[in-house]
Design a protein. Structure first.
Length: 696
């Protein structure tokens, strides 16, 4: 305090007051700035509030007397030279603060209260308003945009709110001009593209012009700074005039669409008779690649086109996928607009299917057969038990043995010598072959006993017991990618010959058999249609077929198992839908027995044959479509499939490089597909990175 009084005294001694003219002379060297501010307040009668961070020394020297106003101006200049400013306050005083925070300090005309106010924006967007106002808000204040947009919320001191309101009123103005220009000859889209390119490459640093094409009225809207709009309007008018003298023939090279498919549509729009081109089939031995590559021009003769000056003739050049239009400028403009909208890159759809079939087959069989039969002229009656669900057939075995006994012959010569021989008949050979086949067809366990009773009778007993259990788990995952609204199919299987007709009777001189080959395996046919909102309409047919075996043991005809679904469904992008399936549970029990004898307790089991089978099948088909909109999505899918197959090869042989990588590198001369990196790495923070198999 004593030091400050001493400095104040020194300042008073160095300031000479002239009462007659109210002028002062200043001569300060390395004086404390706070003491200097206090002296100015006493001399000028102003009130100053000094921030705590205002510190330092100042030197001010004037060689001539200064008026009170001049003295205050020197004071303000001195503050600025030392990095400080004097900000007017609501009560008429000044606040001395550092110049770095002066933009956030409140100005005169408000109050020191803290208030919140919402400013509705009329012309500028919220991002631009935030960028302009954020440096003006005090350290204690805050500015933000409303969630719905179109408004700015500011919380700050009342006097600073007043200043922000004034600044916002100055910048929230729409000074741009708007002009509508109708076109008579040129197309709105073509003119808009040319004007936007010219405005963007002007290089004069001026503001750009937004060009909005209006197809319905063939006009454009120019919006921007008045001077720029006027310049561009003159260019649009000049281009439209020159388009009137343009050529009546135009060649359009298509980028995505097919000229052959687009030609009939344009011919109908132009009123031209649609001509369907018929391509001659190649001669035997001559494929499509053998035909000469001559240009194909399809169209209609001039006589079939509608007469008059406004007629249009449209043709196609197949060699370059191009369309040729001969028409007046207005017709060319209309057809060109149709081509522009149709000649776009079509989205693709990846359709993945999962076919799951789980089955369980169990069977049990137990049968006892008896045989007692006489041979030759024996009077022993025939007694036999034979069941359809047991093997072998005991009657077949007995018949083969009996036929062999009948084939024995005895011959006596003149000298009394008797010889015994065997001759084989056709019936005997047939019975013996059937017996052998019956024994070979036995499954499970077989116990039997048999023999001859003297020379006139046969006996036999056979017990057959079988138990089988078969389980299967079949999983198929066909997938295919196709264009939007384009049919595609995939088949993984075999071509199986199926007999459709035959003539094997001896009445025909030339025996023949007609055979048709049928596809057996996994088939998927699909035609996707992308709807608005990301849903997909699928027209599909899914088939899974296999060979069950021959109809009978002696037949060459086959039994084919077939599971087919043909339907139309609507699925959202990336969702999995269950198309349908089958849950089948079949159980069969069969008992064959001899009446009366089979009902005897315990002993009756020898006169029965039991069989039991149980079959349970679960079949389900799932479909998942995925829209592939751009190159990045296609690369991501390819990288996922490539990585999966590569990992399977790596697990099979971990010590060697996967052959897939070697083929891509050496044979294709390319690199393994990998998912593209995100456009903004900062936006992916906090998310788990996907594994990149292809980079291993």
């Amino acid at each position: 305090m004593i030091r400050r009084l001493a400095l104040t005294g020194a300042l008073l001694a160095q300031v000479f007051t002239l009462p007659a003219t109210a002028q002062q002379v200043i001569n300060l060297r390395d004086a404390d700035i706070r003491a200097f501010i206090e002296d100015v307040g006493r001399s000028t009668g102003q009130t100053f509030i000094i921030d705590p961070d205002v510190q330092g020394k100042v030197s001010v020297v004037s060689e001539r007397p200064l008026t009170r106003t001049q003295y205050f101006e020197v004071f303000l200049s001195t503050l600025r030279a030392n990095g400080f400013v004097a900000i007017p306050m609501a009560g008429g005083g000044y606040r001395i603060t550092a110049a770095t925070g002066a933009a956030q300090a409140p100005a005169r005309g408000g109050g020191d209260g803290f208030v919140t106010q919402v400013f509705k924006l009329k012309s500028i967007d919220t991002a631009s308003a935030l960028e302009a106002l954020r440096p003006l808000v005090s350290k204690e204040g805050q500015v933000s945009a409303s969630r719905g947009g179109g408004a700015i919320v500011v919380a700050d001191y009342a006097d600073n709110i007043t200043r922000i309101r004034g600044v916002l009123a100055s910048i929230d103005r729409d000074s741009r001009a708007m002009r509508l220009i109708s076109l008579d000859n040129a197309g709105a889209r073509e003119i808009a593209s040319a004007v936007e390119a010219a405005a963007g490459s002007a290089g004069d640093g001026g503001p750009g012009v937004r060009v909005i094409p209006i197809d319905s009225s063939n006009s454009v809207i120019l919006r921007g700074e008045p001077e720029m709009v006027t310049r561009m309007a003159e260019i649009v008018s000049e281009l439209d005039k020159r388009a009137a003298a343009g050529s009546d023939v135009r060649v359009i090279f298509l980028e995505n669409a097919d000229a052959e498919g687009l030609l009939p549509v344009l011919q109908q729009l132009a009123g031209q008779q649609v001509q369907v081109s018929v391509v001659n089939s190649p001669a035997p031995g001559q494929g499509e690649s053998d035909k000469p590559a001559t240009p194909v021009v399809s169209g209609t003769p001039g006589a079939s086109a509608p007469p008059g000056p406004g007629r249009a003739v449209i043709a196609r050049y197949g060699g370059a996928n191009a369309l040729i239009i001969s028409a007046p400028p207005d017709v060319q403009r209309s057809l060109g607009e149709v081509i522009r909208k149709l000649d776009v890159r079509r989205e693709q759809v990846l359709v993945e299917a999962i076919i799951v079939e789980i089955s369980d087959d169990a069977a049990k069989k137990l049968g006892v057969q008896f045989l007692l039969a006489g041979t030759g002229g024996s009077s022993i009656p025939l007694a036999v038990t034979n069941y359809s669900n047991t093997a072998p057939n005991l009657l077949t075995l007995g018949g083969a043995i009996a036929s062999r006994e009948l084939d024995r012959t005895t011959t006596t010569t003149d000298d009394g010598v008797t010889t015994t021989g065997t001759t084989t008949s056709t019936a005997s050979e047939t019975l013996q072959a059937a017996a052998a086949q019956s024994i070979l067809g036995v499954t499970g366990s077989l116990f039997g006993i048999g023999g001859e009773i003297g020379n006139d009778a046969l006996f036999g007993a056979v017990i057959n017991a079988v138990k089988s259990d078969t389980r299967s788990n079949i999983l198929s995952t066909p997938s295919i990618m196709t264009l939007d609204n384009q049919k595609a199919s995939i088949l993984v299987g075999q071509e199986v010959p199926v007999t459709t007709g035959e003539a094997l009777s001896g009445n025909f001189d030339n025996a023949f058999r007609t055979v048709q080959r049928q596809d057996v395996g996994i088939q998927l046919e699909v035609r996707p249609q992308i709807n608005a909102g990301g849903s997909i309409k699928l027209f599909l047919r899914q088939e899974a077929s296999s060979i069950a075996g021959p109809v009978t043991e002696k037949s060459a005809d086959l039994i084919l198992n077939k599971r087919e679904i043909e339907t139309t469904v609507t699925v959202d992008d990336g969702d999995i839908i269950a198309l349908g399936g089958l849950m089948d549970d079949v159980e069969r029990r069969t008992v064959e027995k001899v009446p009366l004898l089979a009902d005897i307790p315990l002993l009756g089991e020898a006169f029965k044959s039991r069989s039991r089978s149980k079959q349970k099948t679960n079949l389900m088909v799932f479909i998942r479509p995925t829209i592939v909109r751009d190159r990045a999505s296609a690369q991501k899918l390819a990288a996922q499939r490539y990585g999966y197959i590569r990992d399977q090869q790596q697990q099979f042989n971990p010590d060697r490089e996967p052959s897939l990588d070697a083929l891509v590198r050496d044979y294709m001369g390319g690199v393994a597909p990998a998912a593209p990196a995100p456009a903004n790495p900062a936006s992916t923070r906090g998310t788990a990175a996907e594994p990149q198999h292809a980079g291993k």
